[in-house]
Design a protein around this ligand. Sequence first.
Ligand code: PLP
Length: 405
Amino acid sequence: MYDIQKVRGDFPILGRVLYDKYPLVYLDNAATTQKPRCVVDAMTDEYYNVNANVHRGIHFLSQQATDLHEASRETVRRFVNAGSSSEIVFTRGTTESINLVATCFSDAFMKEGDEVIVSHMEHHSNIVSWQIVAQRKGIRLRVIPISDDGVLDIEAYKGLFNERTKIVSCSHVSNVLGTINNVKEIVRIAHEHGVPALIDGAQSTPHFGIDVQDMDCDFFAFSGHKIYGPTGIGVLYGKEEWLEKMPPYMGGGDMIKTVSFDRTTFNDLPYKFEAGTPDYIASTGLAKALEYVSDIGLDNICEYEKWLTEYAVSEMMNIDEMVIYGPKENRDAVISFQVGNIHHLDMGTLLDRLGIAVRTGHHCAEPLMRRMGIEGTCRASLALYNTKEDVDSLVNGIRRVCKMF
Ligand code: PLP
């Protein structure tokens, strides 16, 4: 599907040897992905040769930096197929994007007694952001239940709507179970009830193509660092009709048209939501990352990772007492597992001593853990540069750990 060795060569960190002995097997990609050389080079080049604050500058460098920043916004627009770049707001990441919507949407459209629908498999960032505004405004969270194998109960979801429902906020892909939610259907049902839907795309954007117009979502959030881009930058896509009606999130430079002590008028979209100096270096890095995955092809990445995930699941299931959480089908490259009664922290720590990086714990999804009746899991998450050999190392590593217990 693509030249995996060539791709691996783009990521210098993958050549590291840990504990003077073990080649790095990096399987913590749902937490953050590694960065290809082209992303770091583009950012370094901008710091060395272009750096100047964007917007309003009349000098050469400022205009060049502004052009780069706005070209990056256009790259993001194309990547998610938004209708206009004024619908692309740069944020610090998925968390900030969701907090922005929770705060500004609830300020504009929600009052005491109103309700927001989230699901039982949400990351804390899509729960706590709403809880904060819920406490402030007397809003209530309603929760879409899930089946034992981690699939949303769509019939129960339909039953949650009433005249107080104002918005739905749901993940595209679960960062614990790998469940790929039918977001088109979730959005369609929300619209049928006259309310908008926010989709948390933190775990979907790195793995398959996103088309916000086809999805018809009203908001879509994702993080740069999970898609081979830099940390500290993310995106909020919002339909113009909603962004126009929402008040600004923060006050400061860039988000205003005129300021006086009597009255301030706010800037046009998307700048109304971008107070202060934006991370214009990171936006360049993010655009490079999106170009990088687009060059490989999201369809190729999706097909390759699907094959690798299926291989990993089938090999892992040959291990005695192995439990893999989440659905059997329609799942993404996230594999949460537990072997017998070996504590996930012990498993993760011992795998690390073999150079294998996995994540352990509740994965910022404590309500989901409680629903599954567990305290945590060990999670291996794959990316476009992982290989069959990485999976074999994981499986052999797990077998070695099992022998120790
Ligand atoms: N939503 C999901 C589904 C996630 O997996 C994560 C991070 O793991 C987030 C939101 C938060 O992303 P960030 O920390 O980049 O804001």
